[in-house]
Write a protein that binds this ligand. Structure first.
Ligand code: ARG
Length: 463
């Protein structure tokens, strides 16, 4: 006789139930309950198909489908009792269905396995996340566009090596991130297109001898088609890895921008004022306004990329088809998805609320000899000097200004002419930062006209 504590879903050949430690390491219900809605949607589609193909009766399918809806509302209302002994969401739902509707519940698992079931549920969950990530990215991009539009012609220093390089516009800097998040968006869309094939009906690994209709279940779950190989369908998690890969890159972009906001909001820079809503105070130093949201966003990439690495390590070396190792896929993806969404939302809020400090940006734009390249270009364009020579002459003028403790536009014409006697008063036109940015009209350059054109283009793309 079978011990009554053995598992009623698979305990036929077992004389005893699992050790408590076995139950603890085996159970996934603690986290995979997050896929309840997907599990129920998959089961409802499967039941409908089983009836349409004559594998179960219409009335059984009807009872099953209604029972599943009841379970969904129990879960939504919080009255559902999850059981660790029932391992995972799939068996928790099925056991409850059996209590609710009796015998027909046992027919639901015909021509299906938990292997194709979990692959389907998880795909549906990841697909929802890809959609949510798209929405989050678009909201952030719209916030950046708002900043870019408002400050299309605000001048600020552009940096390389975090040293003043050339003046750029605030709008141009914001639009650089729009490009980055735009590529993140396209990575997410691309991943969604590739992953949208249904594993349901692959059964345990080999397909089934029942006359199922995989095209029907695929269509009813919003997949483009059924996955073409049953072994592959139940055993790969590359769709989750693509999500984590895209999420990691996106988090890296968020982290870079967050770092800039941390620097820019410091008393030494004062390029940006973050709103009170997205800052915190210090418990000891009353003057402090800390950019905690930016700092946490900067840090999130660690756990998100960590999830990517962890799942990659889980999957490497697994023989086909399903192995229980793959149960370790979910917590990583859930955690990465939650934190990515939070980081995107926090960044969007910060960007919407922040105010660029136009005056401070402009003052900084003119310091640090930021128009030295404009001076060298003028020597090439107007005096016809080779660029290397112009570079050298400009370098000597920078050294002179540095010695005098002034900036390039503060030098007199006579001082300029000590470096090259053909220099004329006109040179001062290119030493102003406004002229500098206005002159950079090459495609993709920092000129306000270029920035405005890019803003218009992205507005149209984002719809
Ligand atoms: N909880 C399992 C998982 O997340 C479901 C699949 C179990 N399949 C099995 N053959 N034991 O992967």
């Amino acid at each position: 006789m079978t011990d009554k504590t053995s598992n009623k879903m698979w305990g036929g050949r077992f004389a005893a139930g699992p050790d408590a430690i076995m139950e603890a390491i085996n159970a996934s219900i603690g986290f995979d309950k997050r896929m309840a809605a997907q599990d129920i949607a998959g089961s409802r589609a499967h039941a409908a198909m089983l009836a349409a193909t004559g594998i179960i009766s219409d009335s059984d399918a009807q009872t099953i489908r209604e029972g599943l809806l009841t379970i969904l509302s129990e879960i939504d209302s919080g009255s559902f009792e999850f059981s660790t002994a029932l391992e995972d969401i799939h068996m928790n739902v099925e056991a409850r269905l059996s209590t609710l509707i009796g015998e027909p519940a046992g027919r639901l698992h015909t021509a299906r396995s938990r292997n194709d079931q979990v692959a389907t549920d998880f795909k549906l969950w990841v697909r929802d996340q890809l959609d949510a990530t798209q929405a989050g990215l678009m909201a952030l991009m719209r916030a950046l566009l708002g900043q870019a539009e408002a400050g299309a012609d605000w001048v600020m220093p552009g940096f390389t090596h975090l040293q003043t390089a050339q003046p750029v516009t605030w709008g141009h800097h914001m639009m650089a991130y729009v490009e980055m998040f735009g590529r993140d968006l396209s990575r997410v869309r691309d991943a969604r297109l590739r992953m949208n094939e249904s594993p349901l009906g692959a059964a345990a690994l080999a397909g089934t001898s029942f006359p199922i209709d995989r095209h029907a279940t695929a269509a009813s779950l919003g997949f483009d088609r059924p996955a073409a190989n049953s072994l592959d369908a139940v055993s790969d998690r590359d769709f989750a890895l693509e999500f984590l890969g895209a999420a990691s890159i996106c988090a890296m972009h968020l982290s870079r921008f967050a770092e800039e906001l941390v620097i820019w909001s410091s008393a030494q820079f004062r390029f940006v004022a973050l709103s009170d809503r997205f800052s915190t105070g210090s418990s000891i130093m009353p003057q402090k306004k800390n950019p905690d949201a930016a700092e946490l966003i900067r840090a999130k990439v660690g756990r998100i990329f960590g999830a990517n690495v962890a799942l990659m390590m889980v999957m490497k070396g697994l023989p086909l088809a399903y192995s229980k190792d793959m149960q370790e896929d979910k917590e990583q993806v859930f955690d990465a998805a939650d934190n990515l969404m939070l980081a995107l939302a926090a960044m969007e809020g910060m960007v919407r609320d922040m105010s660029g400090q136009k005056e401070n940006l402009a003052a900084a734009a003119g310091s640090g000899f930021s128009t030295a390249t404009d001076l060298a270009d003028w020597l090439v364009r107007v005096l016809g000097l080779p660029f290397r020579e112009a570079h050298h002459i400009t370098g000597s003028l920078v050294a002179l200004a540095e010695k005098n403790g002034c900036d390039l536009p503060d030098l007199t014409l006579e001082q300029m002419q000590t470096a090259h006697d053909a220099i004329t008063q006109d040179v001062f036109d290119v030493l102003g930062v406004e002229n500098s940015v206005n002159s950079r009209t090459s495609y993709g350059g920092t000129a306000p006209a270029q920035v405005r054109a890019q803003v218009a283009l992205w507005k149209e793309r984002l719809g």
